[in-house]
Design a protein around this ligand. Structure first.
Ligand code: NDP
Length: 466
């Protein structure tokens, strides 16, 4: 049997696409899948790339088919399957063989697996871009020992998306750094998608636009500052027809969104880090609420339908501006969280590189990320809201965001992510906030003490202390 440069285990949606991508870039690859028929079908359907693919039907044959020191990519569901496959492979491997978990692992699991691996090489890499990205160029966020990354960097950068000559594959830091960055990417993705869905709701219920008109609005916006993959596919989704019935697809898709948990992990981790991401939290909550369809039906029967026509109260331009402001705010939150994690975990996460790696190949790719990479290069430790370029953009667009949130509230159009983004923006530009009241309350009922503006020291108490 000839030896392959790399192996890949798990020929599902992502694994199959990634294996073809690797073969397409001239690397011989050995593949293994739990269900053997899938491996056989994969080899049979690989067309011109078939010669570069070595199918195997046992882990022993799989391992034997890979050149030493081996590199093996796992592309199986996050969680137990990853631990199971590591446990099954390790006894068959040499100590210097590298295992790469390329699924959507929780970064805490990747930290643990890296520690359990000890001196044996292990990488956790986040791969973004869905099936198409995996096949034709994903965005890759690597974590683990730099030396391990360097061993496979030539393959990962070759198969990654390319932005004007720069590959979208970067080593982010030790242990779970890559999976952490991928989780925040997914959190931002949740918020970006939710804000677009909220604007879709305003166009549909507030302005009475049909699907074709909504698609045209998204297409127009995709030629401006909002140009991004998510706006582009929103237009395609809005104009799509059901192949069975010929009806507009959006009219027959159930209004309950699924999730695999990465947005939720991001929201929970942000709370642990004390670097809240309220727009992402709102987006996760919105998905959960979307699943409560029966309750929402009861609510509508009891209170009457919430959405009311806007009767010209908002323009499409205001919606575009609100989305621009909302998007900046949600990225500002995501990068602030990455910055906090970098400090907390000692990772030295490269914020400008993260913006660069997201410019192509991944779901949140957008023209705005180019400017974000520039801003983060100039002032890496600053909240993006305060970078000159984005401060200008927010000054130009936040009034529209306020109008959209206000009119949406007045007309019963729920916009949880946009309104939470606006509240974040206002909070972050209010030097004298309202937590003095919280401190007073805490001291009143719990003698928790407070600091004073007019004196040094801590642990002052109110008159109720006596
Ligand atoms: P699929 O469900 O399409 O494929 C799962 C693969 O894993 C199959 O090959 C399956 O083998 C194998 N598998 C499942 N359980 C086990 C197990 N216990 N032991 C060994 N093999 C197992 O998943 P995806 O390709 O969509 O996802 C793979 C990973 O990539 C996940 O972590 C996912 O979160 C992540 N990801 C997915 C994206 C997407 O858009 N789909 C995007 C980015 C990341 P079998 O044929 O035998 O069932």
């Amino acid at each position: 049997m000839t030896t392959s440069e790399i192996g890949l285990l798990g020929l599902g949606t992502m694994g199959a696409a990634l294996a073809l991508n690797i073969a397409d870039h001239g690397f011989d690859i050995a593949v293994y899948n739990r269900t053997t028929a899938v491996t056989r079908d994969f080899k049979r359907d690989a067309g011109d790339l078939s010669d570069r693919i070595t199918p195997t039907e046992s882990l022993q044959d799989f391992v034997a088919a890979i050149a030493k020191p081996r590199a093996i990519i796992l592309m199986v569901p996050a969680g137990d399957p990853v631990d199971q496959q590591i446990a099954a492979l390790r006894p068959l491997l040499d100590d210097d063989d590298l295992i790469i978990d390329a699924g959507n692992a929780n970064f805490h699991d990747t930290n643990r697996r890296a520690r359990e691996a000890g001196d044996k090489p292990f990488l956790g890499i986040g791969v973004s871009g869905g099936e198409e990205g995996a096949r034709f160029g994903p965005s890759i966020m690597g974590g683990g020992k730099k030396a391990s990354w360097d061993r496979v960097a030539h393959i990962l950068t070759a198969i990654a998306a390319d932005h004007e000559g720069t590959p979208c594959a970067t080593w982010m830091g030790e242990e779970g750094a890559g999976h952490f960055v991928k989780a925040v990417h997914n959190g931002i993705e949740y918020a970006d998608m939710q804000m677009i869905a909220e604007v879709y709701g305003i166009l549909r219920d507030g302005m009475g636009l049909d699907n074709a008109a909504i698609a045209a609005v998204f297409d127009r916006w995709n030629a401006g500052p909002l140009k991004s993959y998510l706006i582009e596919i929103s237009a395609r989704v809005a104009e799509a027809k059901d192949t069975d019935t010929g009806r507009p697809l959006l009219d027959i898709i159930t209004d309950a969104a699924g999730q695999k948990g990465t947005g939720r992990w991001t929201a929970i981790e942000a709370q642990h880090l004390g670097a809240p991401v309220p727009a992402i939290e709102a987006a996760v909550a919105a998905r959960n609420l979307s699943a409560a369809r029966n309750l929402r039906k009861i609510g509508e029967e009891m209170y009457g339908a919430a959405p009311q026509p806007l009767d010209g109260a908002l323009s499409e331009d205001q919606l575009e501006q609100a989305l621009i402001a909302g998007k900046i705010i949600c990225y500002a939150q995501g990068f602030q969280m990455i910055s906090a994690a970098s400090t907390q975990f000692g990772w030295k996460l490269p914020l400008p590189d993260i913006a660069r790696v997201w410019r192509e190949g991944c779901i949140i790719r957008s023209v705005m990320l180019d400017d974000m990479a520039t801003a983060l290069t100039q002032t890496p430790d600053e909240n993006l809201m305060f970078a000159a370029k984005f401060a200008d953009d927010l000054k130009a667009n936040h009034t529209a965001l306020r109008q959209v949130v206000a009119q949406a509230a007045l007309h019963g159009l729920a916009v949880p992510a946009l309104s939470s983004g606006l509240a974040y923006f206002d909070t972050m530009r209010t030097a004298r906030g309202t937590a003095n009241m919280l401190q007073g309350q805490r001291d009143y009922f719990g003698r928790h003490g407070f600091e004073r503006l007019d004196r040094d020291g801590k642990d002052y108490h109110g008159p109720w202390a006596d």
